[in-house]
Design a protein around this ligand. Structure first.
Ligand code: NAD
Length: 489
């Protein structure tokens, strides 16, 4: 990526019909190194004419791709994984700069994206259609799963490679074509890299298009009549808008949205262990993951010790340039996100909250923060913060903890820390969220698990394994009459 001749292929360009080319309008978007605030490069910004061309190419290429033998599709997905693995170091360095994450998170993304490809390769040979019984013995009925056609994918900036890949890889595996619109913050690791590795793997032209751009490109993609379904990962606010348009167009729409996730520490937990799980869940990648624990609900008997242990851990974390391996946290993605989080924190403090540790940002470098006495009606408690801020409150019983966890429209992930696994599982079953983890971080994901949320955290859109078959195919009933039918006229 750093090498000039390699960059020249995509600099200022979009990826349509198998190649990088300048966008129709000639508009470009400069991509920043989030810590150094220096340009990494520029990509093209797609216009509506580019979108028409991309959707046209995707529609033209998709039927032949769907008709390919499964092993042809699988081998291209495996070759794409190999192409990514061969560039693992370079792509991870890019992710560090483009997303402002420490190297460990970037390495996780590259490994996770390769796993998405391997899992998707396995999907191609799954027996996903089935024979259904019929009242008429002569009628042979098949419920066939067939590709949806052209999948529009809209992705966020926090895990751009993995969140792009978790749509592109299974959608292609199941015979679809994809038009991907990555976030304008991260169009290189969230778009250009995918285009490059699939081109290297020999994916036929037209099956993957990468159209960087902002809200207008996203809106046009959702509304485009040639796009059969939309897979969106991003905020609940944007998800609602997308669902409205997709609903009007009667278009299948999968939504992976935000959360206001809780970590419950029960009274039999080991406090230091709980604080370690709490610290990682709250501050990992500056708290900018959808599965961050933004609410810490702690048994009153452990509360003071938990707050003190969390504050100790916060103090010990160095915050700075993520290319320096001694730093545990890098910058916030941009000023808007920092100001939003600082505003939520300041408003909570004005309403009675106490900052125990952190609470300030130096430029985009937000200190890991512990805050107590948080009013339950403050935005800091009731909304996704998306910053390294851990609000902690005490509770007097397991029932109170469960009620508090469930007192939110969101339902992405929750966590329980306990010394008693059976109790942890019982509590987990009472928490209303798509995912619950006992004695582990809320920040877990693997390529084959049914990742996703309920309520305001998602609609359909479960990622991984069988869930991908639900998302990226539709059902067709085919019947064949093998006897002789007789009708009254
Ligand atoms: P965002 O909603 O602002 O933007 C996401 C994407 O949607 C971007 O590509 C953006 O350009 C595009 N977009 C914005 N408005 C649009 C519109 N009206 N029509 C079509 N496209 C539009 O989110 P973000 O700030 O990029 O990402 C952070 C959010 O994503 C957080 O809320 C986080 O919880 C969520 N997220 C969820 C998951 C999950 O799997 N549930 C994973 C990662 C992030």
């Amino acid at each position: 990526m750093q090498e000039l001749e390699q960059r020249a292929a995509w600099d200022g360009k979009i990826f349509v019909d198998g190649g990088f080319r300048a966008p129709e309008g000639g508009e470009t978007l400069t991509v920043l190194d989030k810590a150094a605030r220096e340009p990494i490069g520029a990509v093209g910004v797609a216009s509506t004419a580019d979108l028409d061309a991309a959707v046209g190419a995707a529609k033209a290429a998709q039927p032949a791709w769907a008709a390919e033998p499964y092993d042809v599709r699988a081998s291209i997905l495996r070759a794409a994984a190999a192409a990514l693995q061969a560039r693992a170091d370079e792509v991870a360095s890019l992710i560090v700069r483009e997303t402002g994450s420490i190297r460990g998170k970037a390495d996780y993304e590259v490994g996770g994206a390769a796993n998405e490809l391997f899992e998707a390769a396995g999907l191609t040979s799954r027996a996903i259609s089935h024979i259904i019984p019929s009242h008429d013995p002569g009628r042979y009925s098949i419920a066939e799963r067939i590709p949806r056609g052209v999948v529009g994918a809209i992705t966020p900036w926090n895990f751009p490679l993995i969140l792009g890949m978790r749509v592109v890889a299974p959608a292609l595996a199941l015979g679809n074509a994809v038009v991907l619109k990555p976030s304008p913050e991260t169009p290189i690791s969230g778009g250009v890299v995918l285009a490059e590795i699939f081109a290297e793997a020999g994916l036929p032209a037209g099956l993957l298009q990468v159209l960087p751009g902002g809200v207008d490109v996203g809106e046009a993609l959702v509304a485009h009549p040639g796009v059969s379904m939309i897979h969106f990962t991003g905020s609940t606010r944007t998800g609602r808008k997308i669902a409205e348009v997709a609903g009007r167009e009667l278009k299948h729409c999968s939504l992976e949205l935000g959360g206001d996730n809780a970590l419950v520490v029960l009274d039999d937990a080991d406090v230091d262990h709980a604080a370690m799980i709490g610290a990682w869940s709250a501050w990992h990648y500056q708290g900018q993951t959808c599965i961050t624990a933004g609410r810490h609900i702690v048994a009153r008997s452990l509360y003071d010790r938990y707050v003190a242990a969390l504050a100790e851990r916060a103090k010990a974390i160095a915050v700075g340039d993520p290319t320096d391996a001694s730093n545990g946290l890098g910058p916030m993605i941009n000023e808007t996100q920092r100001d939003r989080a600082q505003g939520m924190l300041d408003a909570a403090v004005s309403a009675g909250a106490t900052v125990v540790e952190g609470g300030t940002a130096d430029g985009l470098f937000f200190r890991p923060t512990v805050v107590t006495d948080v009013p339950l009606d403050s935005e800091l408690w009731a909304e996704e913060i998306f910053a390294p801020v851990a609000p902690v409150i005490p509770v007097d019983s397991e029932e109170e903890a469960i009620a508090l966890v469930n007192d939110t429209p969101y339902g992405l992930v929750n966590g329980v820390v306990t010394g008693d696994l059976a109790r942890g599982q019982r509590v987990a079953e009472k928490l209303r969220s798509g995912m619950v983890h006992v004695n582990d971080s809320t920040c877990l994901d693997e390529a084959h698990v049914p990742f996703g949320g309920v309520g305001a955290s998602g609609l359909g859109g479960r990622a991984g394994g069988d869930a991908n078959i639900e998302e990226f195919t539709e059902t067709r009933w085919i019947s064949v009459q093998r006897g002789q039918v007789e009708y009254p006229y």
